[in-house]
Design a protein around this ligand. Structure first.
Ligand SMILES: NC(=O)c1ccc[n+]([C@@H]2O[C@H](COP(=O)([O-])OP(=O)(O)OC[C@H]3O[C@@H](n4cnc5c(N)ncnc54)[C@H](OP(=O)(O)O)[C@@H]3O)[C@@H](O)[C@H]2O)c1
Length: 391
């Protein structure tokens, strides 16, 4: 019997693996902050439940008995083959085995890395599985195939959401799209490392929980199927980079396209220099995204027609990466600046310069101001405690 405390009410229980990441964190935030009445969300960290451990997964799902599971857990993009295989593939499959046994829906996130280059790619345009694929692409592709197999043969009730380049707030790492932003803000991108006209699809993480919830409420329509989740209009990488540069009032990167062959040689040289530095005791590494350098030069856009033709209604149809940029830039620049990761950007992004100034130069005045009007007990908690019956 399930005696998990969350089960005491009538609300459903959902488990999110990878709940501290960009995608999983957005899911957790949606259910906890935006729609708290929909479901009680449990989001164990990788320390509590490692996807590389079958026993962890089984024990956790057996003891919590959720009504649905969302898997947004992956290991680092540049992890070695064993860890990538164990976490991204075996972990995903062990969750599927557990959800199939519990007869509950399983939402799995996959990636455009499972697709070839090209324009307007449909869901069934998967790459063939070959040894030459990156560990990440191989593990996601294998997971997609085994989930489809388990749907056909074991009655697994899963839905696969394939994402392209994900944009949104609350990524605590600097990776993917955030790495691009960081390189521009940090001034470490002197020229354009892309080809004129190379275009990609982007996935708005803010909308994603609405799709997941809709899929959970409409299993007959979405079970056993894969859907691309991307903005309808693809974006030219060079144009996006130059737009970010202009919004940050920076001069770099210059509008000079570095040919792929030159960028590749530069990457190889940097690799050699970093190895030398490491031998001299200075640990340095290249951003893992550089393993996808070739993708910056090739067009890959995903068709969203299958989702458009479904019953899902886009909650924010006018949102694009361009009109979300100010919010996203504001969020990350504040964050990176506060962590002293970047210094070279326009100060107007600070939301409260007075507080920052006082903290840096006049902490006593700040302390006095806080003691003056910001230390009273929270009135709503006070009231709730006052009306609580005696035990
Ligand atoms: N971000 C993108 O641009 C993008 C693009 C395409 C597809 N996707 C897909 O979207 C999903 C989520 O990606 P993301 O960008 O949100 O990833 P992320 O920010 O890197 O987060 C990864 C999450 O996985 C967890 N994790 C790592 N190792 C684990 C382990 N051994 N056991 C359990 N959990 C583990 C991490 O938890 P801890 O912090 O506790 O270790 C973290 O919460 C993935 O399936 C990815 O393939 C993302």
């Amino acid at each position: 019997m399930n005696d998990h405390p969350a089960r005491q009410g009538a609300r459903k229980i959902g488990v999110v693996f990878g709940g501290s990441g960009l995608v999983g964190g957005t899911m957790v935030n949606f259910y906890k902050q935006r729609r708290p009445g929909l479901a009680e969300i449990l989001a164990p960290s990788s320390k509590k439940v490692s996807l590389s451990s079958c026993i962890d997964i089984r024990n956790y799902l057996m003891s919590t008995r959720p009504d649905f599971v969302i898997n947004a857990g992956i290991t680092n993009i540049d992890a070695g083959s064993q860890l990538t295989f164990e976490v991204n593939y075996v972990g995903a499959i062990n969750i599927a085995r557990a959800t199939a046994a519990l007869k509950i829906p399983y939402i799995f996130f996959s990636s455009a890395a499972t697709l070839p280059e090209g324009s307007d790619l449909p869901e069934d345009a998967q790459l063939p599985i070959t040894a030459g694929l990156s560990n990440y692409a191989k593990s996601k592709l294998m997971a997609e195939k085994t989930l489809a197999y388990m749907h056909a043969h074991e009655g697994l009730d899963f839905s696969c959401i394939r994402l392209s380049i994900v944009y949104g707030r609350h990524d605590h790492k600097i990776q993917g799209f955030q790495r691009l932003l960081f390189s521009i803000a940090d001034g470490s991108m002197p020229f354009l490392f892309t080809a004129k006209g190379a275009r990609h699809s982007y996935s708005n993480v803010r909308k994603l929980p609405y799709l997941v919830q809709h899929m959970l409420e409409n299993r007959a329509e979405f079970s056993g199927r894969t859907f691309h989740f991307v903005d309808s209009e693809p974006v030219e990488l060079a144009d996006l980079i130059l737009t970010i540069r202009d919004q940050l009032h920076l001069k770099r990167p210059r509008k000079i396209y570095v040919p792929h062959s030159l960028a590749r040689s530069g990457k190889n040289c940097a690799h050699v220099v970093l190895r030398l530095l490491t031998r001299m005791g200075m640990k340095a590494s290249m951003p893992p995204e550089l393993m996808f350098l070739g993708a910056f030069y090739r067009t890959q856009t995903l068709s969203c027609q299958r989702l458009v033709g479904s019953s899902f209604v886009d909650p924010f149809p006018s949102e694009t990466i361009y009109n979300r940029l100010p919010v996203i830039l504001n969020y990350y620049l504040q964050r990176w600046s506060q962590k002293n990761l970047i210094t070279s950007y326009d100060d107007r992004f600070h939301f409260d310069n007075t507080v920052r100034y006082d903290f840096e130069h006049n902490p006593q005045a700040l302390l006095d101001a806080i003691h003056g009007d910001a230390t009273a007990p929270f009135p709503d908690i006070d009231t709730a405690v006052a009306v609580e019956p005696e035990p």
